[in-house]
Design a protein around this ligand. Structure first.
Ligand SMILES: [Zn+2]
Length: 342
């Protein structure tokens, strides 16, 4: 882009007309965990954790702007223009126990509906939350060694920087494997240090009684997020459909409620594209949310399996929220698309 074009582009982005086009009708917020402030030393996992105060500020932010707080079931009415006010939908991914113990009281206090996308291996306690095991292991040890596929790995963990760098390295290394091979690698690392693989899911994930309790409140929608949380790009069409349909079946039999909403695991452009969206039309799911950044437009009526969201993490500031809801993020620094799909 030459400078003149660039200037016109920026000017357009700031004009009320263009912002009106880009701000859309509302937002779907994505959170993971809501936990109390802690002074414990931590590594990278904090990116998916916000404090209770932060959640309350977020709710107040939208209240001040006269937003309607709605559930995913209300979305079609808003997209068809039956409701005139802007809307916000709160969603939490994966099924962490703090959704009940820390987020729920705040949503309840403000009468805010919310959805939890449950990975069924969480309440079935079959998920290995290796990212939390890894954090504990690296914080506690001064040196980490293991042998995998006849290669020796040796990490010095003297300083905090060593620990952070090793966390990032091993996170990528573990993610580069799938299924049984990944589990084998995880087992190799943690069993050597006598860390039980399923300890974290026992401590950090919702159990079925807690999910049933949440589901009995009309404010709460329980939705699907697969059985195993795989990257969809790495699995076949039939495996993908099996992951979705099986998780719906498990949730429906536990809760006796129709399950109609879904969030893609990971959900970035790497994991979700045209094929994945097409396949969702073969399921009974009515809405699917991604990790793409964008506001919700009336046109999303035709893209109900490619709904973008607003990611809120510990670094999300009020200024970022302003830029996001005004459409500036999608227009200037984002995809440049007005209607973000996949
Ligand atoms: Zn997830």
């Amino acid at each position: 882009m030459d400078t003149t074009k660039g200037k016109i582009f920026i000017k357009n982005a700031l004009s009320p007309f263009f912002r009106g086009l880009y701000q859309g009708l509302g937002q779907i917020v994505v959170l993971h965990r809501v936990i109390p402030k802690s002074s414990n030393e931590r590594l990278r996992n904090t990116g998916i954790e916000i404090t209770e105060e932060h959640l309350e500020e977020l709710i107040i932010y939208f209240k001040k702007r006269n937003y309607d707080f709605i559930s995913l079931d209300d979305l079609p009415d808003y997209l068809q223009g039956k409701m005139k006010r802007k809307f916000v939908i709160f969603t939490l991914d994966d099924g962490y126990v703090d959704n009940l113990t820390h987020a729920y009281p705040i949503f309840k206090k403000h009468n805010v509906p919310f959805t939890i996308y449950v990975t069924t291996n969480f309440p079935d306690k079959k998920a290995v939350l290796w990212w939390y095991l890894l954090e504990d292991l690296l914080l506690k040890e001064q040196r980490l060694t293991f042998n995998f596929k006849e290669e020796n790995f040796n990490f010095n963990l003297q300083s905090y920087t060593d620990k952070e760098e090793t966390f990032n390295y091993l996170r990528h290394f573990i993610i580069s494997y799938e299924g049984a091979e990944q589990l084998n690698l995880i087992d190799t690392i943690f069993s050597k240090y006598s860390m039980p693989l399923y300890e974290k899911v026992e401590d950090l994930a919702l159990n079925w009684n807690q999910i049933i309790q949440l589901n009995s409140d009309p404010l709460v929608t329980i939705a699907a997020h697969t059985v195993n949380h795989p990257s969809f790009k790495a699995i076949s069409d039939s495996q993908l459909l099996q992951e979705v349909n099986q998780s719906v079946k498990i949730l429906e039999s536990r809760l006796n409620t129709p399950i109609e909403h879904f969030a893609y695991p990971f959900g970035s452009p790497v994991e979700v594209g045209g094929r994945e969206v097409e396949l969702m039309y073969k399921t009974k799911i009515k809405t699917s949310t991604t990790g793409r950044k964008g506001n919700i437009m009336a046109e999303h009526q035709n893209h109900m399996h490619a709904l973008p969201r607003l990611y809120v993490g510990p670094q999300t500031t009020e200024r970022y929220l302003n830029d996001f809801i005004s459409g500036k993020i999608s227009f200037v620094s984002g995809s440049k698309q007005r209607i973000v799909t996949v």
